[in-house]
Design a protein around this ligand. Structure first.
Ligand code: C2E
Ligand code: MG
Ligand code: MG
Length: 677
């Protein structure tokens, strides 16, 4: 017994000295023994804990679980299970418990010994987590956490404040709902690609708020990986930089925009012109620089005051903006001087058109306060690359030309070079005269025979326009079609031609000349005319012409401009029975495979290929190939400009369908055509 007691004391001492906590409970879970380490861990004295239920020292959430465990499974051994105990000061103590049940000699369960290990690491982690989450919760930075599919799992209060979303409105949604139009879907796809491959991404993101407004943030997005190194989440952390962006764009505005008119200023203009000149050198386009100075602006400014002067300049700026296309630049160089840079312009004619539009608009009175006034401009024009490809030289040229305009009596435009001025004048005269000619009987249609190569029969005619000018004599289309096209006169002219062609065809038919086809040329502007179909049907009705007898000749370049639009118009034309042929084939850039997409009926091989047959080996090869390939695509082939027997023989050998050219007749009047048959 004595040694037994001895042993007891020894073991007690041993247990007291252990670093690890130990306690013993009876089968009612009442503490019978507790060592100092465990009491210390919980901040109590050992005495106070004796005879209390062990559950009293657990945090509430643990009590239920452990009651269940200890009561239902009494007598089970438990190994290293986590348990959160409660410190005297109410903080959580993370421990790991091992429990060994005790039985009496009748094998009755009598209680258990609990070994308690302080799980400090866990505790530290908990503290860290709590700190972190409160940092995230209170942060001025916005935080979004998504799962690996981009479904939002967490947003912090800052995010909610910025976007106006409530937690439960946004959690569970895909981040895509936050993308604003300013942040392209393709950009988002790029970001996604980067982060799913495990990389961090940082950049500016425009985010859509709940009400649709947007804000800019500088975002860092990082993938989070689980133990298997698989991405489980993404964390996005961002700063709201809307203010910064606004400030930036204001600074840019100040640096590049004229504050009075909102037009580009000198600096921005300089930038643009350098850029454009570089492009011109590369893609062989043309640009025009217009220098514009208001006539007598100083007088208005001095007599009516600067406020009126400023208001006037703003009006002028608006009017100038209205005169140009979106891609052109209007800048204010200071005072009442403006420059306009026109890109991709159609030479002197194109620049003239804009200059005249400006003069027209500026010659309409402006009402300011109680004053009504007209401020006319003097405009100087220089062309790039014709005059120069250097920005300084171009500006000087345009300025000089502007002074020329002033000395010519103001309210006009002048080109830098004399030839250009002559061209512009010529152009304008042609336009004025043509406008009158359309309403007179100066417009005549000639017909050129088209002959079947297999049967040598006359199968059709091409209608070709002539202008019988009272002083200059008969003008061929080369002299006026371009002017008509640029000024829009081609539209009324085109209707006149179609009407005449259709009614002449009926006349010829009534005189016994029955042709299966009449070909009429259609220009780009006509093709794009929204009234094309309606007007065409009106002409057919008025002239009693059957559309099945009409073939429209269209150039390939015209079709290439906007293929979708071209296809839709061609289809509508086909629907009403009109056939389509591609004129001047081979002079554009298109290929036969490209033409396959278009609903067309025939090709006209350009005269330049036929001209040198049979001498030019290349032309022979190309023409033969075009015929063969066109036939594969079920297109008829017409050879233009056939003048010799040798050309005819070559075309016949290669199964070309139709020939047109001086060999069978020049363009002629209906009377001559009837005579020739
Ligand atoms: P295009 O449609 O390719 O017309 C063929 C041109 O070649 C015609 O010139 C015709 O006179 C000429 N030609 C025909 N056979 C021969 C030949 O064997 N040798 C030579 N050296 N030339 C030949 P034209 O009448 O001066 O017409 C020139 C262009 O003007 C036409 O080319 C067409 O693009 C356009 N055009 C003519 N009439 C009209 C029209 O009514 N409306 C529109 N929008 N354009 C037209
Ligand atoms: Mg033609
Ligand atoms: Mg042609």
């Amino acid at each position: 017994m004595g040694s037994n007691n001895q042993n007891n004391i020894f073991f007690h001492q041993l247990i007291e000295d252990l670093q690890q906590g130990v306690c013993q409970v009876d089968h009612h879970h009442v503490i019978q023994f507790i060592n100092q380490s465990l009491a210390n861990l919980l901040g109590h004295s050992a005495d106070k804990m004796l005879n209390k239920s062990i559950f009293d020292f657990m945090v509430e959430e643990e009590q239920t679980a452990w009651k269940h465990l200890l009561i239902q499974n009494a007598g089970q051994k438990i190994f290293s299970r986590g348990l959160v105990l409660r410190h005297k000061d109410n903080t959580n103590i993370y421990t790991r418990i091992s429990l060994t049940p005790m039985f009496d000699d009748q094998d009755q369960y009598r209680g258990a010994v609990l070994e308690v290990v302080d799980d400090t690491d866990h505790r530290k982690q908990d503290i860290r987590l709590r700190l972190l989450s409160s940092a995230v919760e209170q942060s001025a930075t916005l935080v979004v956490i998504t799962d690996d599919m981009g479904v939002i799992q967490y947003v912090n209060p800052r995010f909610c404040a910025l976007t106006d979303y409530k937690n439960d409105e946004i959690i569970g949604q895909n981040v895509k709902v936050l993308r604003s139009a300013a942040f392209k879907a393709a950009e988002l796809a790029d970001v996604w690609k980067a982060i799913v491959s495990g990389n961090d991404w940082q950049g500016e993101v425009s985010t859509k708020m709940k009400n649709g407004d947007t804000f800019w943030s500088l975002m860092s997005i990082s993938p989070i990986k689980d133990e298997q190194n698989k991405i489980s989440h993404f964390v996005a952390v961002g700063e709201d930089i809307t203010q910064l962006k606004m400030a930036q764009s204001q600074i840019e505005q100040l640096a590049y925009v004229d504050s009075l008119t909102g037009l580009a200023n000198r600096v921005l203009f300089r930038d643009r012109i350098e850029q454009i000149l570089k492009n011109i050198a590369r893609n062989q386009s043309e640009a025009a620089l217009l220098y514009l100075d208001l006539d007598q602006f100083k007088r208005i400014n001095d007599s009516l005051g600067h406020d009126v002067g400023d208001a006037l300049l703003m009006h002028v700026a608006d009017r100038l903006r209205d005169c140009v296309r979106h891609q052109d630049t209007v800048a204010r160089m200071g005072g009442d001087e403006f420059v306009i840079l026109l890109t991709n312009i159609d030479g002197v004619a194109g620049a003239t058109l804009v200059a005249r539009k400006i003069l027209d608009i500026m010659n309409q009175p402006i009402r300011l306060l109680s004053h009504e006034m007209i401020v006319t401009p003097s405009i100087g024009i220089t062309m790039a690359p014709a005059d120069s490809l250097n920005a300084d030289i171009l500006l000087k040229n345009a300025d000089l030309a502007m002074y020329k305009a002033k000395t010519q009596g103001r309210n006009n435009y002048q080109f830098f070079t004399d030839e250009m001025n002559a061209q512009a004048i010529q152009h304008m005269e042609t336009e004025n005269e043509l406008r009158k000619a359309i309403d007179s009987d100066q417009i005549e249609i000639l017909f050129q025979p088209q002959v079947s190569i297999s049967t040598y029969e006359l199968v059709g005619v091409e209608a070709l326009v002539r202008w019988n000018h009272p002083e200059l004599g008969t003008l061929s289309p080369g002299k006026f079609i371009q002017v008509a096209e640029e000024t829009g006169l081609i539209i009324p002219l085109g209707w006149k031609i179609l009407k005449q062609a259709c009614s002449q065809w009926s006349v010829m038919k009534s005189r016994g000349l029955s042709l299966s086809k009449i070909s009429v040329n259609l220009s780009a502007r006509q093709f794009r005319d929204p009234d094309l179909l309606e007007m065409m049907q009106a002409v057919f009705e008025r002239t009693g012409f059957n559309p099945l007898n009409l073939e429209l000749e269209i150039t390939e370049t015209l079709l290439m401009d906007d293929i979708d639009y071209a296809v839709s118009v061609l289809k509508q034309l086909k629907n009403i029975g009109v056939s389509i042929s591609i004129d001047d084939f081979g002079t554009g850039y298109s290929s036969l495979s490209y033409l396959k997409q278009l609903p067309i009926d025939s090709l006209k091989i350009d005269r330049s290929f036929i001209m040198d047959i049979p001498h030019d080996k290349d032309d022979i090869a190309i023409t033969a190939a075009v015929i063969a390939m066109a036939h594969k695509l079920k297109l008829k082939v017409i050879a233009e400009g056939v003048e010799t027997q040798a050309q005819w023989n070559f075309l016949k050998k290669n199964h070309c369908d139709i020939a047109q050219g001086f060999m069978f007749g020049k363009p002629m009047s209906p009377a001559d055509l009837l005579k020739s048959q």
